[in-house]
Design a protein around this ligand. Sequence first.
Ligand SMILES: [Zn+2]
Length: 325
Amino acid sequence: MYPWQAGNWQNLTNSQHNKRLAHGLLFHGAAGIGKNAFALEFAHWLMCEQPLKDRACGECKSCMLIKADSHPDLLILSPEEDAKVIKVDQIRELIDKISLTGHSYGYRVIIISPADSLNINASNSLLKTLEEPPANTILILISDKPSKLMATIRSRTQMIRFELPSKEESLEWLNQQNIEKAELSLKLSAGSPLSALAMAEDESLKIRDKLFENWQDLAQGKLDALDSAAMWLKDGFKVLGNLPLNWVSSWIIDMLRDLQGGHIDSLSNVDYAQTLQKLAGQVDLKALYGLLDRLNDTIRLLDTSANQQTLIEAVLIHWAGLKRS
Ligand SMILES: [Zn+2]
């Protein structure tokens, strides 16, 4: 469990001690704060044969099976490889499994993550199990976007909110992980400490530097927007999904802040602040808002199945073609 989850842990273990734990739980809250890890640890504790007051014993048969990833009563359901949704067949298979096979000892725990990826048929198929689960079965649904769940699913679960840790808590934890640029990574990860850790440990910050350099070159007319788009796709989007567009959005928002008299300390991209001020000084406010609108549309469209390459080309062409003084 992460230090910022201690309150959630206490509440849930108390509920269980008092025999008040609901059969369906919905863990929700921002991405990148460790809800999945928490769910696994809680399942582990529920399934332990000799649990201590607030943690699993780590030695019983159940604990050993969980450590070996082979406990038959811990069922984890996610979209299958390359799929975006959890399909109804997966839910049917799950229901067959839990209704046909009894289980040996203690609890059976089903974790569905991300629960907002259940499609409509899968959700409908899950409803009855959520309403009347087999004895000693706990369902844990996990979601960053609980509003995307069917209302009937939400209403059959007890919603457990996981709070984003404070900046101080996150920084203290990140500093214990001995990473460089903890504060910058946290700022670029919208305050999610686990996303910040991943960012600091992988190539994301280097890729961000490369794309930002390209973004500057485009403004100076040094590069062709279509060539740039090919590079963005290959080195950026293939590696990081749509994250680079969130960066571009934050660059533009920083430029808008600057144009509207914001102090340099108010910019999110602290490491690019001076360059962003310079770039902002060359364009006008209205044109920049136009670009931000297009970018927001693009981010929305990329969530559907629209053509990624065409959309990214259009954003870079728009940026390169802004009238500059
Ligand atoms: Zn145990």
